[in-house]
Design a protein around this ligand. Structure first.
Ligand code: FES
Ligand SMILES: [Fe+2]
Length: 424
């Protein structure tokens, strides 16, 4: 990728083309359960280069506001969450969830000019979302399938990933890597093991990919040998600007990710598992809480940094690598991915990369993001803001040789709530 294109895609702070594009969509900020209690502890979170503070006020409403006090810049993380607002610990200025200054004890007449930044929020799918774009452009709330399900059906975590969002998200789009770095994990992981999909995946490593442009982003079709009269298709989607879905494994839950810039050198990797039609079982929830599947174990504290991180070489085990228990020696799906993505450097040198035919989906996604970001600077409205377009689902399915998978997906995987899950 040339430098001009990479510069557009990588930088996401306010006023950059990509930063402004991303601000036109609802942004996942933190899990609802991180601020479960009214008047409980507020949480610092950086999104798109902006340092923000999230809290739940006395009446249970969520606020996402500037982290810093308008008086002399103290972090409100050290303030008091009380009586429907955050009070700065230094001189007692108080701000409500809309960033409005409601009290200046030493100078009540100054309230009017002390307001701080705030963003509108919604809670969907166990996630607090903020809208950080122009007020008159606020779209309908996110409506991916997992956003509309009851709490019992969805499990969501976020973790810090120490690299640019683009190279992280491209791992979510790049289905070709699954046969390598995750090769041994699928057999033992409780969220993947024991299903027919694994037989087809292992029996045919020569996947034929077909990528289709859609109103919401891309649909990726991966074809393997199936039964004598059929192909086994793994079908998955990338949705503007940062959602990826994962093709399902047997009876296990459906899954997806969101890749949100913290700043240009870090991102929030969100991992979601869900059943459209039933609650997650106790065993599933226990496994995910223990960091299985696409989730992780964390370092102590509230950094959201995984236990396996670059400071300890991701707990790589050379013996396990040699014995073919872990392809790269790193355990855990997410750690296998982020270890390699972080190893590229915080911002991959895209000018030096030499792409291969299997990178076609990545190239298409880059072009679409670039076109949308540059388009917005010229007044072209961003794509996929219509919530209805987001109701798509991934699948793993046997289709007769003659069946056109695109037509099948258009019929069975859009408006997905009205269809069964297709998974083997
Ligand atoms: S710095 Fe916050 S009240 Fe003075
Ligand atoms: Fe992966």
């Amino acid at each position: 990728m040339n430098k001009d294109m990479a510069d557009v895609l990588i930088h996401t702070s306010k006023g950059t083309p990509m930063g402004d594009l991303m601000r036109r969509y609802w942004v996942p900020v933190l899990c609802s359960n991180e601020i479960a209690q009214p008047d409980g502890p507020q949480v610092r979170v950086t999104i798109l280069g902006e340092k923000l503070l999230a809290f739940r006020d006395t009446e249970g409403r969520v606020g996402v506001i500037d982290e810093f006090c308008s008086h002399r810049g103290v972090s409100l993380y050290f303030g008091r969450n009380e009586e429907n607002g955050i009070r700065c610990a230094y001189h007692g200025l108080k701000f409500d969830r809309n960033g409005k200054c409601v009290e200046v004890p030493s100078s009540p007449q100054s309230c009017e000019r002390m307001h701080i930044k705030s963003y509108p929020t919604v809670e969907r799918g166990g996630v607090v979302w903020a809208y950080m774009g122009p007020a008159d452009k606020q779209p309908a709330p996110p409506d991916l399938e997992w956003c509309g399900l009851p709490e019992s059906h969805v499990f969501v975590t976020r973790r810090l990933q120490e690299c640019n969002y683009l190279q992280a998200m491209e791992g979510g789009i790049d289905t070709a890597h699954v046969s390598y770095v995750h090769r041994y994990e699928v057999d033992t992981d409780p969220m993947h093991q024991g299903c027919k999909a694994l037989d087809y995946i292992k029996a045919d490593g020569n996947v034929v990919f077909n990528i289709e442009k859609m109103p919401f982003g891309l649909t990726l079709f991966g074809r393997r040998k199936g039964e004598p009269d059929s192909y086994y298709w793994r079908i998955t989607q990338w949705l503007f600007p940062w959602f990826t879905l994962i093709p399902p494994f047997g009876h296990h839950s459906l899954a997806g990710h969101v890749w949100v810039p913290v700043d240009d050198h870090n991102c929030w990797a969100w991992s979601i598992n869900f059943h459209p039609d039933k609650p997650l079982s106790e065993e599933e929830v226990a496994a995910m809480k223990a960091g299985k599947g696409i989730h992780v174990e964390y370092e102590p504290g509230d950094s959201m940094r995984p236990m396996a991180n670059k400071d300890n070489d991701y707990l790589m085990d050379r013996v396990a690598q040699k014995e073919k228990r872990a392809y790269s020696g790193v355990f855990g799906f997410s750690a296998q991915d982020y270890s390699l993505q972080e190893s590229m450097g915080a911002i991959q040198n895209h000018e030096a990369e030499q792409l291969l035919p299997t990178d076609k989906a990545i190239v298409m996604a880059r072009r679409m993001l670039h076109e949308a970001a540059v388009g917005l600077t010229q007044g072209v409205e961003p794509p996929a803001l219509d919530a209805a377009a987001q109701r798509v689902r991934s699948a793993g399915v046997l289709l007769p040789h003659a069946q056109d998978p695109l037509a099948w997906a258009q019929d069975k995987l859009t408006d997905c709530a009205n269809h069964p899950v297709y998974s083997l």
